[in-house]
Design a protein around this ligand. Structure first.
Ligand code: GDP
Ligand code: MG
Length: 162
């Protein structure tokens, strides 16, 4: 079976942009407002000849209500059905309470997690990524999903975790 990689995180951190970067085409919908991706959306991907499925999700929020709660539930299902989870944080914002709550959910899943510090568009922001060690998920991977910075290294480590 083809391994599955789920991409989760708060709304607007750049999950769909990262998914497009991974699949090499603009298929996942990127929006400047949160809550655009509602379900779990699988895409075929490959890197250095290895195939995998990457699943885009809507934003995960704790104690969300109504529609947001349904989106968060889908993200949790994506985590539970993944082989590896990519947890995306916006390094230009830093770790928020919502990120910390998401980490608790990820810990309960016992899945391997790769921590991505997205929006590291320049070297200063790249250096900010060290602050994300505080999340306790190990080494943060600084990338810019928008510009492609760091995405090759990230793909290498995704494959290494599969
Ligand atoms: P999602 O809600 O987590 O799926 O986030 P999106 O992928 O829809 O992106 C939300 C916004 O962040 C969009 O305006 C993106 O262009 C922007 N964005 C995503 N990745 C980056 C990045 O690496 N750098 C910057 N500066 N903006 C980004
Ligand atoms: Mg999205």
């Amino acid at each position: 079976p083809v391994p599955v990689v789920a991409v989760v995180g708060r709304p607007n951190v750049g999950k769909s942009t990262l998914v497009n970067r991974i699949i090499g085409r603009r298929q996942a919908v990127v929006e400047d407002k949160p809550g655009v991706t509602r379900d779990r959306v699988p895409y075929d991907a490959q890197w250095t000849g290895r195939r995998f499925t990457v699943v885009d999700t809507g934003g995960w929020e704790p104690d969300a209500k109504d529609r947001a709660a349904a989106i968060a539930a889908q993200a949790e299902i994506a985590v539970q059905t993944a082989d590896v989870v990519i947890f995306v944080v916006d390094v230009s914002v830093g770790a928020t309470d919502v990120d910390e709550a998401a980490v608790k959910m990820l810990r309960r899943s016992h899945k391997p997690v790769i921590l991505v510090a997205n929006k590291a568009d320049n070297q200063n922001l790249e250096l900010e990524a060290v602050s994300l060690w505080s999340l306790g998920l190990g080494e943060p991977f600084p990338i810019s999903a928008l510009h492609g910075r760091g995405s090759g290294d990230l793909l290498d480590s995704i494959l290494a975790a599969l």
